[in-house]
Design a protein around this ligand. Structure first.
Ligand SMILES: Nc1ncnc2c1ncn2[C@@H]1O[C@H](COP(=O)(O)OP(=O)(O)OP(=O)(O)O)[C@@H](O)[C@H]1O
Ligand SMILES: [Mg+2]
Length: 439
């Protein structure tokens, strides 16, 4: 008899064992897999937990998460800091108990409203601190679970004192900005006046010397007539008087006398006109808007700029001979002066410099355009030229405020100032609403 083992009755065949072993293997592999997934989920949970904790620790506003039952579920470190209650103490309380008793009823109502309306509700309430209630602006938003059922609320808040301080700071910087803006406008006006001062002085000098010379001539004539009358009174003979009249050239001087008076008067009128122009130019324009002829204002502005020009430039006025608009002529004169000055600066190096100023109406717009045959505005700078202090001119020749201020003035008049596309040189276009014009 050999040693070979025969399967005994009740023993399982090998194939069954093989199945069992492979089932155990699979289960083990599943277990390992499950374990790994669990660990990954744990890691993720841990990461979320510390993220959550870091948010709660660093948020400076008050953040309180409230359960459906009205109890604190979670609170930011800022709440603990203010109430001097540890997180564990906070979480055991009803949210309303963190606030002054007088505010609790209002808080309950607000919580109810936020949940029912499904919209945030804002109230002011006193958060209890060891120093007494501290007013906070609270915003209450309802939370909902994945099936859309109310799950509680989130209360966020900021100290009213902080909000007030922030508002006060905002207001202060707004005021400072307004003051700086006013100063800029004023400085630009002074700068443009300064640029024209040489021209103004020259312009006044001419008629004044005219008046002076004529007054001097009148003095001379007066002397001659005095000596003639003296002789008349002294009883001189007719012949003597005739001779004296001849010697003193009285007949010619009578004609000259009229000329001298007319000349002196013209000179004085010219001075008066210049002073009037200056007065209009320097008025701050804060008064009432008035109806005026834009073409006349353009003419005065152009004349002033040309007086200060360094070289002869051909300036052509085209279009309407008059164009009534409503606004502040002083301000619009400043705009035109800047556009014309810019055009003159742009043609400084041009062989046959030319500036064309056109007045027209287009639909409901009064349109003034100033075109020059200079090099134009370089590509890419079309927007930048309207920025304050953007200038390509040397120091002392340009502050870069002309266009931004002109742009602002145009807007204040309900209009626009823009650079037109295409064409030779640059073309700036000022549009003012015409409906106001006819108002
Ligand atoms: N007609 C023009 N042709 C070419 N470039 C122009 C023209 N007008 C304005 N610019 C450009 O726009 C810039 C800004 O113009 P803006 O009038 O604002 O300031 P500015 O003339 O330089 O100085 P400011 O007007 O304060 O004396 C100018 O420096 C120039 O580079
Ligand atoms: Mg300018």
């Amino acid at each position: 008899m050999g040693n070979e083992t025969q399967p005994r009755e009740g023993d399982l065949p090998d194939s069954v064992w093989m199945d069992v072993l492979s089932a155990v293997d699979r289960t083990y592999a599943d277990l390992v897999d499950y374990q790994e997934r669990l660990e990954r989920q744990n890691d993720e949970l841990e990461r979320l937990r510390s993220f959550h904790a870091s948010v709660l620790a660093s948020v400076s506003d008050i953040l309180i998460v409230v359960s459906r039952a009205g109890e604190v579920e979670e609170a930011s470190a800022s709440v603990s800091l203010r109430t001097r209650l540890a997180r564990s103490q906070l979480c055991a309380r009803r949210a309303e108990d963190l606030f002054a008793e007088a505010d609790r009823e209002r808080l309950r109502t607000a919580m109810r409203c936020a949940t029912e309306l499904r919209a945030p509700v804002t109230i002011e309430a006193g958060l209890l601190t060891p120093e007494g209630p501290s007013a906070v602006e609270l915003s209450l938003s309802a939370r909902f679970d994945e099936r859309g059922r109310a799950a509680g609320l989130v209360l966020t808040g900021r100290s009213v004192a902080e909000i007030r301080q922030a508002y006060a700071e905002l207001e202060r910087s707004h005021d400072e900005l307004k003051a700086a803006q006013a100063l800029l406008v004023r400085n630009e006006k002074l700068a443009s006046l300064g640029r024209l001062l040489a021209g103004v002085a020259h312009e006044l000098n001419n008629p004044i010397s005219f008046v002076y010379a004529n007054a001097h001539a009148l003095e001379r004539y007066a002397g001659k007539f005095e000596s003639y009358f003296h002789e008349v009174q002294a009883g001189a003979t007719r012949e003597d008087l005739m001779r004296l009249r001849e010697d003193l050239k009285l007949d010619r001087e009578v004609r000259n006398l009229r000329e001298a008076v007319r000349g002196a008067r013209e000179g004085a009128e010219r001075v008066r006109d210049i002073v009037e122009d200056l007065r209009r130019l320097s008025s701050d324009g804060s008064g009432e808007a008035e109806r005026f002829d834009l073409v006349a204002v353009t003419q005065v502005a152009t004349a002033w700029v040309l007086r200060g020009a360094r070289r002869e430039v051909e300036v052509e006025m085209t279009g309407l001979p008059s164009l009534e608009v409503t606004g502040r002529p002083g301000h619009l004169q400043q705009v035109v002066m800047n556009l014309v000055q810019n055009a003159l600066d742009a043609v400084e190096e041009v062989v046959a410099p030319k500036v064309v100023i056109d007045h027209a109406t287009e639909c409901d717009l009064a349109v003034l355009s100033v075109r020059d045959n200079g090099a134009g505005v370089p590509e890419g700078l079309e927007q930048a030229i309207f920025d304050p202090f953007f200038t390509t001119k040397p120091v002392g020749r340009g502050t870069g405020l002309g266009l931004p201020i002109s742009h602002k003035i145009a807007e204040e008049h309900g209009g626009r100032l823009m650079l037109c596309e295409g064409g030779l040189g640059a073309c700036f276009r000022l549009e003012l609403p015409l409906d106001r014009v006819q108002a």
